[in-house]
Design a protein around this ligand. Structure first.
Ligand code: KIV
Ligand code: NA
Length: 263
C-alpha cells in the first residue's frame, strides 16, 4: 500500500480524524500540503466555485484532468482525490476505466464517482484493476436535475437503510473510500462504524473518519456557504481590502515607488 494511503488506513484504525479540502490549482494544493492536510479533492465543484456555473453538470473530463494535473504538482504528501465528472463513467465499464485512467495519468491517487448500488460493478471493475475508487453517496450533486434541488439523503428509515446497504455493497465491491454528503449524523456514524474503509463526511456530522470542505467555503470566499460548512477566515473581506488598497495606492501615486536614475 502506498505511504499516502497507509496514513488513511492507520487513521481509521486508530480513530484519528483526517481532513481533506478541495483544491483546483497548484497554489492552493501547495498550501493545503503545507498546512498538513491529509488529502486534497479536485472536486467537480470547480464548475461552481471556479467557473461560476450553478451546478456541477457542465464540467468535462478534460477540464478535470487539467485541474488535477495542477493540483497534483503541488499536493506533496496529500492524497489526491479527483472527481469523475457527469457523463464520463456511467455509460459502461470501459468508459469508467478510460476516464479513471485519464485522471490517474493527470496525477490523481483516487478517483471519486457518485452513486450507490448501481455503481458497484463499476467500482469492482476499476478496483480489481488497481484503481483506488471513492464512492460518493447521499446527496449526489450530479443528480440534481432528478430532484430539482440539492437534497439531503437518508432522512426516512427506508432511505437510511438503503444508504447503509449501498455503503456496505460498495465497500465489498472494492471501494477504497466512501464519502457521505448531507446525511443524518446517526446514519453516517453507523455507516462509519461498519465500514472497513475510511469514510469521509461533508454535512454528515462529526463521526465520520474524515471531513471534507470546499476550499472557498473554508476561506470565506464563497457567495453562498452551505449551512454545514464553516468559514475559517473572512477571505472575501481580506482579499477585497488588499485589492482596494492596491488600487488606492496606484490612484494616489504611492505605488510603485519612484525608481532611481540608475535603474
Ligand atoms: O466536488 C466536490 O467538491 C465534492 C465535495 C463537496 C465532496 O464532491
Ligand atoms: Na463532486
Amino acid at each position: 500500500m502506498s505511504k499516502k494511503l497507509e496514513v488513511w488506513r492507520r487513521g481509521k484504525a486508530e480513530g484519528k480524524k483526517l481532513s481533506l479540502v478541495t483544491a483546483y490549482d497548484h497554489a492552493f494544493a501547495r498550501l493545503a500540503a503545507r498546512a498538513g492536510l491529509d488529502g486534497v479533492l479536485v472536486g467537480d465543484s470547480l464548475a461552481m466555485v471556479v467557473q461560476g456555473q450553478s451546478d456541477t453538470l457542465g464540467v468535462d473530463l478534460h477540464t478535470m484532468c487539467y485541474h488535477t494535473a495542477m493540483v497534483a504538482r503541488g499536493a506533496g504528501n496529500c492524497l489526491v482525490f479527483a472527481d469523475l465528472p457527469l457523463g464520463s463513467y456511467e455509460g459502461s465499464l470501459a468508459q469508467a476505466w478510460d476516464a479513471s485512467v485519464a485522471l490517474l495519468k493527470a496525477g490523481a491517487d483516487v478517483v471519486k464517482l457518485e452513486g450507490g448500488a448501481e455503481m458497484a460493478d463499476t467500482v469492482a471493475f476499476c478496483a480489481q484493476r488497481g484503481i483506488n475508487v471513492c464512492a460518493h453517496l447521499g446527496l449526489t450533486p450530479q443528480r440534481v436535475r432528478r430532484w430539482g434541488t440539492f437534497r439531503r439523503a437518508g432522512k426516512t428509515a427506508d432511505e437510511a437503510a438503503r444508504l447503509e446497504a449501498d455503503a456496505a455493497l460498495l465497500a465489498e465491491a472494492g471501494a477504497a473510500f466512501l464519502l457521505l454528503e448531507a446525511v443524518p449524523q446517526e446514519v453516517a456514524a453507523r455507516i462509519t462504524r461498519n465500514s472497513p474503509v475510511p469514510v469521509i463526511g461533508i454535512g454528515a456530522g462529526p463521526d465520520t473518519d474524515a471531513q471534507v470542505l470546499v476550499l472557498h467555503d473554508v476561506l470565506g470566499l464563497s457567495e453562498h456557504t452551505p449551512g454545514f460548512a464553516r468559514a475559517f477566515m473572512e477571505g472575501a473581506e481580506i482579499v477585497t481590502d488588499a485589492l482596494r488598497n492596491y488600487a488606492d495606492a496606484v490612484r494616489q501615486g504611492h505605488f510603485p515607488p519612484a525608481t532611481g536614475a540608475s535603474d
